[in-house]
Write a new protein. Structure first.
Length: 389
């Protein structure tokens, strides 16, 4: 059992708000965490994918009022989006009775309907928490910060904890099939599973590249707006990240298209048919996969409200990741997959443009040392730890 760092964040949120929404992709560990929370307090758990549990809410107001002194956990809330209006009335009634916090823990596998519905009816009554796959702080330690297993298998708990690379790979292939055949039709318009799988694989091949919807559309024999809609769906399902360009007050011509990443490195590798480190090490996606892996781990460890972007000018000045931290602090990060990272002229030029508070080179080694007066070379584990603190 791996203790999730987000656990205490959920506990604190329940002390502040009547409703807390825990948002994350399917099988990321939301239910396990919610049941851990339930063990510490009087709670009722309802899985809304279960017909029996949905029947209990046939008169939702009556059932929830009967359990108003308990924490009610509603799993897979997208199955009953109409319940949000009921929750709003019950929260307002409870406030008048002194029941102001910790009443509902809502679990959702996507941001689409969940955020839209709750945003319409629970404004000021709900706090959102994103739950990411396992990160390097949760799986490593100061004495053993090796991240290669996490990188190859990805952060979904069942994949990371599998008995072998073969079992992990089989889990991830089944995960992809489940999303294509079951989950995507639930959340979005009818999309041919074969078409979406081809797009997903193409995005994995172009990991970290700027989005070119027209080029992707040509390969899929469809239109650029259609491809953009498909990517919107994958992003809403928390499977793909669009990293936006940094907006700087410079006179330089900036790249404006977002960079696209398949968020979990293990899913990236499964889409490309890479089942272990040896296969990954010889594949062209090796460096881009490490880049995406580092970005997801750092954003998972970063403080809430951190903004992430990249910087690139038409002249070649470039920074892989810019973190705008609370307190108006800017960190600039270059990401290298090798053990002897070398800085490019483009990175130095970008630092002159942005003038960050701190700058780092994140690499796959373990040592930490200065490479210039302004820039440190650092391991992923150490930088994630510093962000977390």
């Amino acid at each position: 059992m791996i203790k999730r760092n987000i656990y205490q964040i959920v506990i604190q949120a329940l002390k502040r708000q009547a409703a807390v929404a825990l948002i994350g992709p399917r099988q990321v560990g939301k239910t396990t965490l919610a049941l851990d929370v339930a063990e510490e307090r009087d709670a009722v758990y309802l899985d809304l994918e279960s017909m029996a549990d949905r029947e209990k809410l046939s008169n939702a107001s009556l059932f929830l009022t009967h359990n108003e002194d308990k924490l009610v956990i509603l799993d897979e809330i997208h199955r009953m989006p109409e319940i949000f209006q009921t929750l709003r009335g019950l929260i307002d009634q409870g406030r008048r009775k002194g029941l102001k916090t910790g009443r509902f823990l809502i679990l959702g596998s996507a941001s689409i309907d969940l955020l839209r519905q709750s945003g319409e009816t629970l404004a000021g009554r709900i706090e959102y928490i994103d739950m990411e796959p396992l990160n390097v702080l949760e799986t490593g330690s100061k004495n053993n910060p090796d991240s290669s297993k996490l990188w190859v298998r990805g952060g979904f708990p069942d994949s990371y904890l599998a008995d072998s690379d073969e079992d992990s790979y089989a889990y991830r292939r089944n995960f992809i099939r489940t999303y294509l055949e079951r989950d995507v039709p639930q959340f979005g318009p009818r999309i041919p599973a074969e078409t979406l799988e081809r797009l997903w694989i193409m995005l994995a091949h172009s990991q970290g590249q700027c989005l070119n919807a027209s080029k992707l559309a040509g390969s899929l024999s469809t239109s650029a707006p259609t491809v953009s809609n498909y990517i919107d769906l994958l992003a809403d399902l928390l499977l793909v990240r669009r990293l936006q360009p940094f907006h700087a007050n410079t006179k330089k011509r900036l790249v404006k298209a977002p960079r696209i990443y398949v968020r979990d490195s293990g899913i990236t590798h499964a889409l490309l048919g890479l089942s272990d480190y040896n296969q990954l090490s010889g594949h062209p996606v090796f460096g881009a996969s490490w880049e995406g892996f580092v970005i997801e781990n750092l954003l998972s460890a970063a403080p809430p409200q951190t903004k992430a972007s990249f910087y690139r000018t038409s002249a070649g000045a470039e920074i892989d990741l810019i973190l705008e931290l609370p307190g108006s602090k800017i960190w600039a990060l270059e990401i290298k997959s090798g053990l002897t990272p070398k800085l490019t002229k483009g990175f130095h030029n970008a630092l002159e443009d942005i003038q960050p508070n701190r700058s780092f080179v994140v690499y796959s080694g373990k040592d930490r040392y200065p490479v210039t007066e302004e820039t440190e070379v650092i391991s992923l584990y150490e930088l994630a730890k510093e962000l977390g603190e």
